[in-house]
Design a protein around this ligand. Structure first.
Ligand SMILES: C[S@@+](CC[C@H](N)C(=O)[O-])C[C@H]1O[C@@H](n2cnc3c(N)ncnc32)[C@H](O)[C@@H]1O
Length: 227
């Protein structure tokens, strides 16, 4: 949902800011690499072509943690430009270091709320949105913080191109049900549960879930229509 001047409306945040101290080396790496690979949440309007210097399919990963999946995916798919977002500073610092080490030119990082970044790029800019193992927010009074809700999908879907995909995975059973319900109810989305995609790298949270014996559900929805 946008305000009259095109900015996202204030809603409950899907994360809780965590303050964790970083080592001086990590802090120095963050400060050095953020201007090279980082995208500010606030700033002038831009486009994915300007960001990456080319016209290519673009994916946004919301909640990338320390970026293991983002790095693996950017390496495996050099033809896709990937924007990976998280609010967790040590995770972003680690991702920045890994981008430099792997010399990846198709990966950029948002240190902040991915949803707030959207106003910087035109709607229908994203070929894919990836939400891998979002925070489960299990208590009833926390549910409003979940990332896959009706109101957040209403904000997000306009940024996906027609024919583009929204891909999700979770190991929380009632969250998988919620994803299915919310996305099936969206008038512009069609899709449902899918087999584990072979191109989805394993993530840190997925590994933890598997170790704890939890089953993983993958879902994929396509935005209807064509450009
Ligand atoms: C449970 S972790 C999963 C991390 C990673 N995807 C994995 O599977 O290992 C969810 C992450 O989403 C991030 N997050 C939640 N809402 C976000 C938002 N609106 N924008 C960016 N990151 C967000 C949190 O900070 C957290 O690091």
């Amino acid at each position: 949902m946008l305000t009259p001047d095109g900015r996202p409306m204030a809603v409950a945040r899907t994360f809780k800011p965590r303050r964790r101290r970083m080592s001086p080396t990590r802090t120095a790496a963050f400060d050095r690499l953020m201007p090279m690979y980082g995208l500010d949440v606030e700033g002038p309007s831009t486009s994915t072509e300007d960001i990456f210097g080319r016209a290519a399919p673009v994916a946004l990963e919301i909640g990338c943690g320390a970026g293991e999946a983002a790095i693996a995916s950017a390496r495996a798919q050099p033809e896709v430009d990937l924007i990976a977002a998280d609010v967790h500073t040590p995770g972003i610092a680690r991702l920045l270091v890994d981008i430099e080490a792997a010399r990846l030119s198709n990966l950029r990082v948002i240190h902040g709320d991915a949803l707030e970044f959207l106003h910087r790029i035109p709607s229908e800019s994203l070929d894919e949105v990836r939400i891998w193992f979002p925070d489960p927010w299990p208590k009833p009074k926390q549910r409003q913080r979940r990332l896959v809700t009706e109101s957040i999908m209403a904000r997000l879907v306009p940024w996906v191109v027609h024919g583009g995909r929204l891909r999700m995975a979770t190991d929380v059973e009632d969250y998988a049900e919620q994803m299915l319900e919310v996305c099936s109810a969206h008038s512009e989305l069609q899709g449902g549960e899918v087999e584990r995609p072979s191109d989805r790298p394993i993530t840190r949270f997925e590994r933890k879930g598997i170790e704890a014996g939890r089953a993983v559900t993958d879902l994929e929805f396509t935005r209807r229509g064509s450009n």
